[in-house]
Design a protein around this ligand. Sequence first.
Ligand code: ARG
Ligand code: ZN
Length: 420
Amino acid sequence: MRVLFLFATILVAAVLAVDQQTHPSMQGMQSLSISYETPEQFSLLKNYVDDPGFDFVRSTNDLVDVLVTADKIEEFKQLLEEHRMNYTVMIEDVQQLVTEEYITQEVERRLQAGTQDYASGRLSFTYYPNYKEVNEYLTYLTQTYKNIASLITIGNSYEGRSMKVLKLSTGGANKPAIFIDAGIHAREWIAPATALYMVDLMLQSHRDLLSKVDWYVLPVLNPDGYEYTHSSSANRLWRKTRSNTGSTCRGVDGNRNYDMQWMTIGASSDPCSDTYAGPKPFSEVENQHLRDFILARKGQIKAYLTFHSYGQYILYPWGWTSNVPANEPELRNLAIQCAQAIAKSRRTRYTYGTSYNALYPNSGCSDDWAMDKAGIKLSFTYELPGGNYGDLLPASEIKPVGIETFEALKVTHQYVTSKY
Ligand code: ARG
Ligand code: ZN
């Protein structure tokens, strides 16, 4: 299999004449899913949280998924076995999967490239669009749905990429609005794709969702990071922004950077950490733009939804404390209904709860900020599915994930219109 794949890779690479993304850290890197039971086992894992060879991409009360570099993997597996901890290898070779993904991307893109649709900027949703393709699609929407879709440029990213919010409105004053963002974490490619596919569904076949509610969609909140994960000379697994931190390591975890219990829990002050909270709250210009946009529409926005991957969670405040917000029953009910709607659509099981209780404690997050500082009572983080691939979910999942997640969006819309 592997040899065959290698041949195919070389062949396709030659035909496509493109550099593929190789990164020293991804050669021989594996993704392990580890279950733990005792506090001792948990603290053993915790020892590795700040180890540069380890990237804990997901953790729950009884399992963690961790990417481990080639030089550390054997020793680490041995340790797990010594402590009788069960693990499965989720991804045998991260570099190989990244290469596979890259080829599929290029093949799908080139299949589209000759078509009229592609020329118009329309997306096929058969591959993950890069930053430029996202923008072309947004422009296409404004040209195709002139009376409904418009763009609001909210500013530039650190590296100067423009950040565009898509507004969908059928007109009329004082309508409630729902705000959606995605892509604050660069490598979570399914998030922007899902946000855009849901927009596509709304415009093509579910116009009823547009009659009583205005929508604001910011598909790529971290354009620099997103573009970095898409470029061949960079790192597919990059999570943070790309700002200069004054250290040799670049970037801030956008979702630890909000002025909401900043740096109190589950965030790092080390610029080399993947959860680096930044030098100060809202140090990241991308987050400043989001803040200003939302605060300018404070009364209008009734629901804040932020899309991440992965793990299948519907999360609501708070992330920084085990206490629950005053309207916790309301949030829980809505989360349950959304989870049920998704389950009904494709049997995908979501877990729900406060971020602190259902996932892990962390501070400086956008959903907590939206509720507390922008007064948006309905604030949710969606962790979309990762299948067996985590953030390397194949692009063939974009439409299925979009369709099932759209069911939750319908429920949220229904709730917002019934209440406001
Ligand atoms: N995976 C997300 C992150 O680590 C979860 C954030 C959930 N929200 C929260 N307030 N903790 O950033
Ligand atoms: Zn994320």
